[in-house]
Design a protein around this ligand. Structure first.
Ligand code: GLA
Length: 399
């Protein structure tokens, strides 16, 4: 397979007629367990994957940004300090968002040429948008080095014109900035999961992310199993507003329970407050509290090599998202029901925001190809829809 870095470089060359000065590759991420827990100060197991978005860039002097992508026809050009929404090219809003957020942190917008290439399916819950914001931020940093930490000087470029990777503290700042850009420019009140995972991965490992203490702990994934993603092809047109509604229900519950974030609540506290909660707030709170416990148990199961138990926790998570969060859909449910019928699959669940997107399957490595073909066939029989499941590897983060 041609790498996205290679494709981005080739696209840059054919569009701009010169070679790019830098290429940054930002992986997508898979949420392995922990649905809608991140913005509740909770726990998530996630990993960057070997599907990515690459951005090839060169600075320019006239203060304009010109950007071309292998996914959309025609280049888009705007002034680097233009933060207006362009309904004709919503994807460049992520780039503008990063520049605007940097501007607010005292880093002036600058012009550059960029070519973007990706092999991440968009809308599959694999974080193609966070890959775009992070690639923009890191590419900008390569061209125009800056520091987001007060009192810390901008990093210096080495002999090859490259700057060193950001420190752990700075990574957190970068993740926050990308989160902010997505909130403001895409209108999704998302958490820190996507940008932080993309920056922090370790080859072959899941990351246990703790959003209360802001810690990231790598946990090796079982060598005898693979992660398989199966896109449903379903994209809920109101997914963004549904996401925001779900988050608001969690915040309402936290308010009534008298905890800053739901991570600090337990089932006892929830039961005691149920009469004062709307049914929706009670349901989402029940999910979040139980999901945090599942992630902690899953981390232990991984450490103990208990893959079967780990898989069962994935199935339980799906049932909870479906029944309590209400962010599944018939196609996601159909895939998980199929997975439950086949012993080659140890566990499966919806992954990411939900309301469509993809399912994640933990599959016995030796049987993965057979399972993949079977799943695609059965899914078609059940829903009349095609899916092309693919195996993904947990890779190192971009930072
Ligand atoms: C999306 C968001 C994340 C997280 C997940 C759900 O991917 O961007 O912040 O909330 O949904 O777990």
């Amino acid at each position: 397979m041609v790498s996205t870095a290679h494709s981005a470089r080739a696209l840059f060359r054919s569009h701009f007629g010169s070679l790019p000065v830098h290429v940054v590759v930002a992986p997508g991420r898979v949420e392995i367990l922990g649905n809608h827990t991140d913005y509740n100060g909770g726990l998530v197991l996630a990993a960057p994957i070997d599907r990515s978005l690459a951005m090839a860039v060169s600075p320019r002097q006239d203060g304009r940004v010109e950007i071309v992508s292998d996914r959309y026809v025609g280049a888009v050009s705007f002034l680097a300090d233009d933060a207006t929404h362009d309904p004709g090219s919503t994807w460049t809003g992520y780039v503008k968002g990063v520049l605007a957020c940097l501007g607010r942190r005292g880093i002036p917008p600058r012009g550059f040429n960029a070519a973007v290439a990706a092999d991440l399916p968009a809308g599959a819950g694999l974080s193609s948008s966070a890959a775009l914001t992070m690639a923009t931020l890191l590419a900008f940093r390569q061209m125009f080095p800056f520091s987001l930490q007060s009192g810390v000087a901008a990093p210096k470029q080495d002999r090859n014109g490259r700057v060193p990777p950001p420190s752990a503290t700075e990574r957190l700042e970068f993740a926050r900035l990308c989160q902010q850009a997505e909130r403001e420019f895409a209108g999704v009140n998302c958490g820190l999961l996507d940008p932080l995972t993309i920056l922090s991965g370790r080859e072959g490992c899941a990351l246990e992310l703790d959003f209360l203490h802001l810690t990231v702990t790598p946990v090796p994934l079982p060598p005898e199993a693979v992660l398989m993603l199966a896109p449903t092809g379903v994209q809920h047109s109101l997914a963004d507003s549904a996401y925001n509604e779900l988050r608001a229900a969690c915040e309402e519950a936290a308010g009534v329970l008298g905890v800053g974030v739901l991570r600090k609540a337990d089932m006892g506290r929830l039961d005691a407050a149920k009469a004062r909660l709307s049914p929706r707030a009670a349901a989402v709170a029940e999910h979040v509290i139980a999901e945090n416990v599942r992630v902690a148990r899953a981390t232990r199961a991984l450490q103990e090599g208990a893959s079967d138990e780990f898989g069962q926790l994935l199935f339980q998570s799906h049932a909870s998202s479906r029944d309590l969060l209400g962010n599944s859909c018939p196609e996601l449910d159909a895939m998980v029901e199929l997975a439950q019928m086949d012993s080659r699959c140890l566990g499966a669940r919806l992954t990411g925001g939900g309301f469509g997107g993809a399912t994640l399957h933990l599959v016995k490595a030796k049987e993965a190809i057979g399972y993949k073909l079977w799943l695609a066939e059965k899914f078609y029989e059940r829903t009349g829809r095609t899916t092309e499941p693919f195996i993904c590897r947990a890779v190192a983060g971009v930072g």
